[in-house]
Design a protein around this ligand. Sequence first.
Ligand SMILES: Cc1cc2nc3c(=O)[nH]c(=O)nc-3n(C[C@H](O)[C@H](O)[C@H](O)COP(=O)(O)OP(=O)(O)OC[C@H]3O[C@@H](n4cnc5c(N)ncnc54)[C@H](O)[C@@H]3O)c2cc1C
Ligand code: SF4
Length: 632
Amino acid sequence: MTAGPARPATPRYDVVVVGAGLAGSLVAKRLGDRGWRVLVLEAGTRTLDSWPGHLDALDTAHAALAKVPNAPYRRNPAAPFPDVLDLTGLPDGGYRADGYFLQNGPLPYGSDHLRATGGTALHWMGLAPRMHPDDFHVRRAYGYGRDWPLAYDDLEPHYRAAERELGVAGDADEQRDAIGLPFPPGYGYPMHKIPRSYLDSVIAARLDGVRLREAPDAPETTLRVVTTPHARNSTPNPGYDSGRGHRPRGAVGTPNYGERCVGHAFCVPICPVQAKYTPLKTQATWSDDVTLVAHAVVSRVLTAGNGRVLGVEYQRYDDPASPAHTTRTAEADLVVLAAHAVENAKLLLLSGLADASGQVGRNLMDHPVLLTWGLLDHPAGPFRGPGSTSGLECFRTGPARRDRAPFRVEIGNWGWSWPAGSPSGDVSRLLGITGDPSQPRGKGLFGARLRRELGHFVGRQFSFQFAFEQDAESRNRVTVDPRHRDRLGIPRPVLTYDLSDHVKRGIASAKAVSDQLFRLLGAEDHTAYAPGTSAPGWFRHGDGAFEFKGAGHAAGTHVMGASRADSVVDPWQRCWDHPNLYAVGCGSMPSVGTSNPSLTMAALTLRSCERMHRDLTELHRPAALRLPEGRP
Ligand SMILES: Cc1cc2nc3c(=O)[nH]c(=O)nc-3n(C[C@H](O)[C@H](O)[C@H](O)COP(=O)(O)OP(=O)(O)OC[C@H]3O[C@@H](n4cnc5c(N)ncnc54)[C@H](O)[C@@H]3O)c2cc1C
Ligand code: SF4
């Protein structure tokens, strides 16, 4: 009998991590540093981690008509991703969704994500505030949403570890005084805070110390402009880490670039010099024990039949433009899903795993954003520096949370870019180009008059971005529908999304606050919400009409809890039903507070790495043999 050709053995690792975004990069870093053999499978391409690849993305963004978050990143039919341009508003309200996400909710889920090595944080804004301690127990304290099985104090050391890894610039004393965030005595961030923009100073000069009421019968709130912590390079803090200081990380592959934010004002979609943290910076420090395989779309988690998982099945393609691909498997002692809140839920649903509680895919959250915009009475210097450097933090917590969603107010440094497509929209308007081919071309302004008018108009623009806490609701969810598949045959996510009355009341309160802020600033308020093509998030509430946008902060699809009966993962982000399967990322967060979520997510992930290390150590501990009594 002749033996058949030897088949290549399925490669075996200690850990398989699905996704090379922020969460996956941190897991690979921590476990690789401890000597575990880690395989990272990444669905997207791997071009951004070389300087030529970065420049190519930058060129693509510059050439794009709409500078939306995904503008620099080439479409990839093998690993499709959503885009904010996929949504169109209808003339009388309502919306149409045409892209990767199938949507069937009363309101649209308005955020995108990115499937490429580095993930969504390639195009994040990089704001890195901590959650408020009250945010961890909103049901107990305020009667809505879900509680964490952890408290702020459990995460605090991991917040510091995340701030170190992301190189956060901030002012701990200001965060303590203005917001009430507890820090250990003497703690300072790795880098000094990003300085206030000129606009921040103008607004602070007019608002600091002013007291206002959200409603006539509401208590007074004292306004104060507070700088925001950022994951972008500023001046290193020499006192950091007991005087050891902090060395900022420059661009990947070109480290003398990007050691300082130089104010390009292009952080979303891409920082030209890479002064903003992206997971590529963490990947650049991975140990040799980490292997990254891009072009590898995980389609299923494989089970052993005893509750444990074996590894994953993935689809490997060479050319994003070709449908050709092969199905492969990878085995490991531990599988970590780090594919983004929506994709993690999709994978669990496709694998039929971790859903004894019936909560997989449910409790989808974002930070719905209300924009208001206006003109100051003198130039404010917009379109310089990061999109927001300061905000008003006084609406983040307090008894009003019982009645309406809390919110953060970001002061928008980029004029009317988000609400009205400035400055290119203003240039077109002043040139007399309406964008409607059926309309005759108007008589526009040219030369010195155009420049003067632009300077006068654009130079006075500012906006407020109100970001609301969205409460976990099981009806907001991700499901999969086998009738709708991507090019590799993997079902696409179906999203059902709406805003609760709690959130809508928050939006109405914030608009009332905004009206007062404009009056206090003596600014012309140009805010207007009308249904139409560019307003898919338009809705009526009470006597008012509003429009919300997505913040890109997908969360809550595999929520963490204290009991396996009503949550998907335990406080270590380990699936209750599968002891060697973790699902990490914002999907584990039971509530999101009002702070941008990624720093908290990073802290949570670093905390989970400790448990993963313990699990692996236990699995690999040499067996102790005890021979029966009396045997030599
Ligand atoms: C415009 C915008 C601005 C933002 N600004 C901020 C901000 O200022 N502050 C903040 O805190 N947060 C911000 N966020 C949110 C932040 O980007 C995300 O919370 C964070 O990037 C999520 O990290 P993640 O690793 O969980 O997911 P991702 O970053 O999405 O990474 C997931 C990775 O998994 C890969 N993947 C997906 N599916 C598969 C599969 N089937 N097989 C293999 N690999 C797969 C993806 O390609 C990707 O690389 C912003 C988001 C957007 C969209
Ligand atoms: S302001 Fe400019 S340099 Fe600074 S992070 Fe944003 S894009 Fe980069």
